[in-house]
Every structure is written in C-alpha cells, then in structure tokens.
Design a protein around this ligand. Structure first.
Ligand SMILES: [Zn+2]
Length: 135
C-alpha cells in the first residue's frame, strides 16, 4: 500500500517537473524576444519581460511546493499498530497491524500464563512523525 502511494507521488512529481521545465523554456523565449524587440517596440518588450518573469516565478514556486509536498508525504507514513493484552496476568505486547485484526479479537495463548490473549487497541503510530520533525 505504501509502495503504490510513493510510486504515484514520483509519477506526479516527474509530470510536474516537465510542466515546470516547459514554463521555464517559454519564459526564456519571452525574455529573448523582449531583448530583441526592445529597440523596435518597447511596450511589447516590457510586457514580454513581465510575462517571462511571472512564468519564471510560477515555475520556481511550483518546484518549491512540489518538493515540500513530497517531503511531507514521506514523513506522514502512518503505521497501524495493534496492542495485545492478556486478561489474566496483564501481559502486553505491541505489533504491526495484520489483516483481520479487530478490537476484542481472541488470539493465541499468553507467553506467561496459559490464558487467551486479546486485542485491546488498534491505533496509528505517530511517533515517527515527531522524530523527523525534531531532526
Ligand atoms: Zn497472561
């Protein structure tokens, strides 16, 4: 599941990169045209200059935003955890969520006593996110 989402984001970012490169190329063309038409038509040259700079700014902003989004997507990779508890001795263990897990589901026997263990909680791990924010 996590692999497919990361593949999707890379696909989107390469698509975005193509658009950004095209916008940059167009803005360079606009700037060249502005320089070459400056002697003939100053109004046209000025508007071309403005268009070129706006396009360049948009490209840079898009690039910055997409990079920021990619980073945040990497950070937010919630891991679902399952807490298993023994009703008799209180032995507690946490493991990754497995398909078919649900709260109050009876599981294998306890490691300490022979009583049955039960799922008491299913939650998303957010410690990873805090860790990366501190670094
Ligand atoms: Zn037990």
């Amino acid at each position: 599941m996590t692999q497919s989402t990361s593949a999707e984001t890379t696909k989107i970012s390469t698509y975005l990169m193509l658009i950004v490169l095209m916008v940059i190329a167009l803005s360079i063309v606009a700037l060249i045209l502005a320089v070459s038409t400056f002697a003939v038509n100053q109004t046209l040259a000025t508007s071309l200059l403005i268009i070129g700079f706006i396009a360049m700014t948009i490209a840079a902003y898009t690039l910055f935003q997409s990079r920021k989004r990619a980073v945040s997507m990497k950070i937010v990779a919630p891991q679902v955890m399952t807490t298993i508890e023994c009703r008799k001795c209180g032995f507690k263990s946490v493991r990754e969520f497995q398909r078919g897990d649900f709260v109050f589901k009876d599981l294998e026997k306890c490691q300490k006593c022979d009583d049955k263990m039960m799922i008491t909680a299913i939650y998303k791990e957010i410690k990873e996110k805090e860790k990366t924010y501190n670094v």
